[in-house]
Ligand binder design. Structure first.
Ligand SMILES: *Cc1c(COP(=O)(O)O)cnc(C)c1O
Length: 399
């Protein structure tokens, strides 16, 4: 009895994306020319104007505690962004600034879940969702976005998955890992079901700035009053402004949920980093030129990668509409043989790629899609070319 550990903590699966990145780093440190397709963050530096705002904050002595849920200044900047970019009205009283988007999600489920409450998660999903839900004593319930429906789930599927224990549905559009975007019609349908079933929807909009082919971001909370009341919108500066290390995320939510997140956060972490909050104000209210430049570069890589992969045998991918990932169907490779070795599953495939070709890919087993891999295009075009050349050589060796 005495020295036993937390069952809840023991049940947490370590992040497999981080494991692959670590393996690639290890090989790199040995001088091996590895191409890592695992990148989950922009390969750009944080823009100068944002860094300058942080430096100024330090020199101005803005280095003390702030209110637990963030400074009024940053909340105002987030509120303005919600209004102007997303078309959603969240007053500063409805906003919590947290230590990154992941922390924002942790706050949300801490605020809404009671033990046994079910949270519907559409696969393919970001691998942290199930773990975050479980840590808040919730129970993940999975539904599958079929490839034929662009890896998206339908309102009907959500309705069917609802029980009297359902608390919430998680929406991530554009999606990590699929890059897919829900249309306005699809969102309207989903909103109808959410209101009908009277559950919450958690809308993770972290990739809201990275949309291609003239697609525009539609926040589900903007659709009507009924869905607005049931939506908790979360986002952050990490992906949009190449600020992953700064750790600033935020939520817009009904006041009663915001209050709970505020008090939970006040005891668990206190305020997010004061300097990073100043930087985030500049990110959201300063020039947005960087965002379009970064997007332009991602767009070129996206098209190249999409066309190249679809020109290969045995693999295919849908054209991503957002984020910076290509979601590759490798189902036809599974069961085939490579140099007398049967490629029994996607993990064997990834092993061969890293060991024989020095290419690191993310297997999507932990994303709820065991016959897919995720290739990030947040790496240089030269590396993308080199890595895809190697993957093509590998495919041509398969019998
Ligand atoms: C990166 C990411 C986040 C949040 O990232 P933070 O670094 O914690 O701000 C949230 N959701 C998805 C789907 C992501 O890919």
């Amino acid at each position: 009895m005495a020295l036993t550990l937390s069952k809840k903590a023991l049940a947490v699966k370590p992040s497999s994306t981080l494991a692959i990145t670590a393996k690639a780093k290890e090989l790199k440190s040995k001088g091996i020319d590895v191409v890592g397709f695992g990148a989950g963050e922009p390969d750009f530096n944080t823009p100068d104007n944002i860094c300058e705002a942080a430096i100024k904050a330090i020199h101005d002595g803005f280095t003390k505690y702030t209110p637990a849920s963030g400074t009024l200044e940053l909340k105002q900047a987030v509120s303005d962004k919600f209004k102007n970019f997303n078309g959603v009205n969240y007053s500063t009283k409805q906003i919590v600034i947290s230590n990154g988007g992941k922390h924002a999600l942790t706050n949300i489920f801490s605020a809404i879940c009671n033990p046994g409450d079910e949270v519907i998660i559409p696969a393919p999903y970001w691998l942290s969702y199930p773990e975050i839900v479980r840590l808040a004593d919730g129970v993940p319930v999975y539904i599958k976005g079929e490839k034929e429906n662009s890896y998206k789930v339908t309102a009907e599927q959500i309705a069917k998955a609802c029980t009297d224990k359902t608390k919430a549905f998680i929406l991530n559009s554009p999606s990590n890992p699929s890059g897919m975007l829900y249309t306005k019609d699809e969102l309207e349908e989903i909103a109808k079901v959410i209101v009908e079933k009277d559950i919450y929807i958690v809308s993770d909009e972290i990739y809201e700035n990275l949309l291609y082919d003239n697609n525009e971001m539609i926040s589900i909370a903007s659709l009507n009053d009924e869905i607005y009341k049931r939506t908790i919108t979360c986002s952050g500066v990490a992906k949009s402004y190449a600020m992953t290390g700064w750790r600033i995320g935020y939520t817009g939510a009904p006041v009663e949920i915001t209050k709970l997140m505020d008090s939970v956060q006040s005891h668990q972490t206190s305020n997010p980093n004061s300097i990073a909050q100043k930087a985030a104000v500049e990110a959201l209210s300063g020039s947005q030129e960087f965002v379009s430049k970064m997007k332009e570069e991602f767009d070129k890589r996206r098209i190249y990668m999409y066309e190249r992969v679809n020109s290969m045998n045995l693999v295919s991918a849908l054209r991503p509409q957002g984020a910076f990932y290509l979601f590759v169907d490798v189902n036809e490779i599974i069961g085939k043989t490579y140099k007398d070795r049967i490629i029994a599953d996607v993990d064997v495939l990834a092993e061969i790629l890293i060991e024989e070709y020095n290419v690191a890919v993310v297997t999507c087993t932990d994303f709820g899609f065991p016959d897919h891999i995720r290739l990030s295009y947040a790496i240089s075009i030269e590396n993308i070319k080199k890595g895809l050349d190697r993957i093509e050589t590998f495919i041509n060796e398969i019998a």
